[in-house]
Design a protein around this ligand. Structure first.
Ligand code: TRP
Length: 343
C-alpha cells in the first residue's frame, strides 16, 4: 500500500479484518454484501479473512461437525470468488489461541449489563430463544470479536449494518484498555458498511439466509439455479401477461439490478413489465441466463480447488501461521502492559 504524500505519518496503514462463521455454504447475499468487496480490498489494503469457527460454536455446540465441515467449504467459496491467499491472509480462528488469551483479559473490561444491552446480541438471543438460558460464550462473543479485530490492529472492519454495535463495543474495549495501561497499544477501528443494501431471499423475505432456506449458493449446480429462479418471488398481482406489473419489491428485478450488466436492456424490460405485456417467464429466463453466466466460472474454480483439499488445508495452515505471528505480537504487548510478563 503506497500512502499519498499528504497523509500524516502517524496514521496507521489501513488493515482490514473480516470473517464469517462457517456454518453453511456462502450464497449470493454474501457475494453482494461482502465477498465482492473483499476481492477489491485485497488490492488496496492488508486484509485478514477469518474463518470464525470458534465463534460459530457459540450457538452450534450441538453440531460441531457442521462447523468443522464448513471451514473447508467456506474456504473453497473464498477461493472460488477470487479471494487470493497471496494477497489476503485467510486463517482459522480456533487455531490462533492468542485470540482466546486476549478474550480472557478483555472480559474484565466489560460488564454483563453492557453485553446484555448490545443490540446485536439482544436480537440474536431472541432469534435463538436463548432468553431464559444464555450460554455465557454466546453472551460474551462480542468480546471475542473485539479480540479478533484488535489482535490484528485492524482499522477497517467490513460488516453489515446489524454488526455496528459490535464495532462500538470493540472500540470501547480498546479505549478502556489503552486508558488502563496509559499507552496506545490497541487501535480503534471503523465499520465499513456496504452501500448496496441486503439482497432479499428468493421468497421475497428481507434477508437471504441459509436458515430460511431461501438462498442461491455460490456452488449450486445449473439445475439448482434454474429451480431456484423458478421459485423467485415476483409480483403476486401480475396474474395475466397483459396485466401491468410491479417492479418494486419484485425479487426477479432486484436480482437483475444487482447482477445484470446490460442496464439499458434491463430498464426497457422494467418499463415493459410495468405497462403490461411482459410475462414473468421472460424476466426469469433473463435472470436465469445472468445468474448462470455469473456463477459458472465461480463454480468451475470451486470444483477445481475442491479436487485437492489437502492444498486448501495447506493454504489455510500457512495463512493461520502468518495470522498467529501477528496476533502473538499484540498479545506480547498486551501482557507486558498488564504486568503479565516474568521471564
Ligand atoms: N460475527 C461475524 C458474523 O456473524 C463473524 C466475525 C467474527 C467477524 N469475528 C469477526 C466479523 C470480526 C468481523 C470482524 O459473520
Amino acid at each position: 500500500m503506497t500512502s499519498p504524500a499528504t497523509s500524516s505519518p502517524a496514521a496507521p496503514a489501513p488493515v482490514i479484518l473480516t470473517g464469517d462463521r462457517p456454518t453453511g455454504p456462502l450464497h449470493l447475499g454474501h457475494f453482494v454484501g461482502s465477498l465482492r468487496n473483499r476481492v477489491a480490498y485485497q488490492n488496496e489494503y492488508q486484509q485478514f479473512v477469518m474463518l470464525a469457527d470458534a465463534q460459530a460454536l457459540t450457538d452450534n455446540m450441538d453440531d460441531t461437525g457442521k462447523v468443522h465441515r464448513n471451514v473447508v467449504e467456506v474456504a473453497l467459496d473464498y477461493l472460488a470468488v477470487g479471494i487470493d491467499p497471496t494477497r489476503s491472509t485467510i486463517f482459522i480462528q480456533s487455531q490462533v489461541p492468542e485470540l482466546a488469551e486476549l478474550t480472557f483479559y478483555y472480559l474484565n473490561l466489560v460488564t454483563v449489563a453492557r453485553l446484555e444491552r448490545n443490540p446485536t446480541v439482544k436480537t440474536e438471543i431472541a432469534l435463538r430463544n436463548f432468553e431464559r438460558d444464555i450460554p455465557a460464550g454466546f453472551l460474551t462473543y462480542p468480546v471475542s470479536q473485539a479480540s479478533d479485530i484488535s489482535a490484528f490492529k485492524a482499522t477497517l472492519v467490513p460488516v453489515g449494518e446489524d454488526q455496528i454495535p459490535m464495532i462500538e463495543q470493540c472500540n470501547e474495549i480498546v479505549r478502556r484498555f489503552n486508558r488502563l495501561v496509559n499507552k496506545d497499544i490497541l487501535v480503534e477501528c471503523k465499520a465499513l458498511v456496504p452501500e448496496i443494501g441486503r439482497l432479499p431471499g428468493i421468497d421475497g423475505k428481507a434477508k437471504m439466509s441459509k436458515s430460511l432456506g431461501n438462498t442461491i449458493n455460490l456452488g449450486d449446480t445449473p439445475d439448482q439455479i434454474r429451480a431456484a429462479v423458478k421459485q423467485v418471488y415476483t409480483d403476486p398481482l401480475h396474474l395475466k401477461v397483459t396485466d401491468p406489473g410491479h417492479v418494486e419489491g419484485n425479487v426477479a428485478f432486484l436480482y437483475l439490478d444487482a447482477f445484470d450488466t446490460d442496464k439499458a436492456a434491463l430498464e426497457e424490460m422494467k418499463a415493459h413489465y410495468t405497462r403490461g405485456g411482459l410475462g414473468d417467464s421472460i424476466v426469469k429466463k433473463r435472470l436465469d441466463l445472468v445468474l448462470q453466466e455469473m456463477l459458472e466460472p465461480i463454480r468451475a474454480r470451486r470444483e477445481e480447488f475442491a479436487k485437492d483439499k489437502g492444498q486448501v488445508l495447506q493454504m489455510l495452515k500457512e495463512g493461520t501461521m502468518k495470522a498467529r505471528a501477528v496476533a502473538a505480537g499484540t498479545v506480547d504487548e498486551v501482557r507486558r502492559a498488564l504486568g503479565l510478563s516474568y521471564f
